[in-house]
Design a protein around this ligand. Structure first.
Ligand code: HEC
Length: 161
């Protein structure tokens, strides 16, 4: 009906300014604050002690590689990760429960997580850090003490990487 259509149009014209809010590329506007909160929580609970947000490359003959900041989210070090992650494999000098911190750069695009790709669930990947004798046990306890929405913020942050 013509009357109804006009009604719809006038409602829509009010909604347009809300829909055209611009945002940084790649971030859904409604998720951006959650991602930022998640980033702070990532540092607060201690994930960043191993998943170091950025490292700087050394001097290199190619200017493109020399002294560049890389947002790797890894300290590139090997840690004891406890029995849940242990695979019984000794590689070089790394014992059965020792693993190099997986870089989280691009983790949002990955489908399987951890050294054996055992899970496609980010939350499970985090909880698997938490056995006794894992260097990350205390950090995972801190993560577990977050509220449901704080955990979701942290996951949203990881998915944005
Ligand atoms: C003691 C160091 C340490 C701490 C603290 C730590 N991690 Fe990790 N993280 C690792 C190591 C080592 C691996 C690789 C394990 C493997 O390969 O099985 C890993 C792997 C991961 C992965 C899987 C990545 C992939 O691509 O497979 C995710 C996700 C992750 N960590 C998130 C977190 C979050 C979130 C926190 C904080 C709650 C955290 N980590 C705290 C050392 C740590």
């Amino acid at each position: 009906m013509p009357g109804d259509l006009r009604g719809n149009r006038s409602t829509r014209s009010f909604e347009i300014p809300k829909l055209s809010v611009s945002s940084e590329p790649g971030f859904a506007p409604s998720h951006a604050p959650s991602i930022q909160d998640g980033q702070s929580l990532f540092v607060q609970v201690g994930c960043a002690t191993c998943h170091t947000p950025s490292l700087t490359t050394g001097l290199a003959s190619s200017a493109a590689l020399s002294q560049k900041q890389v947002n790797l989210f890894s300290d590139l070090a090997v840690h004891h990760m406890g029995s849940q992650l242990a695979d019984g494999v000794t590689q070089g000098s790394a014992g059965p429960d020792e693993f190099r911190t997986a870089p989280l750069w691009g983790v949002g695009q990955r489908i399987f997580f951890l050294h054996d790709g055992r899970t496609s669930d980010l939350l499970q990947a985090i909880l698997a850090h938490g056995s006794q004798n894992s260097e990350a046990e205390r950090v995972v306890d801190m993560f577990q003490s977050l509220s449901k929405s704080q955990k979701q913020d942290l996951l949203n942050f990881l998915r944005s990487l």
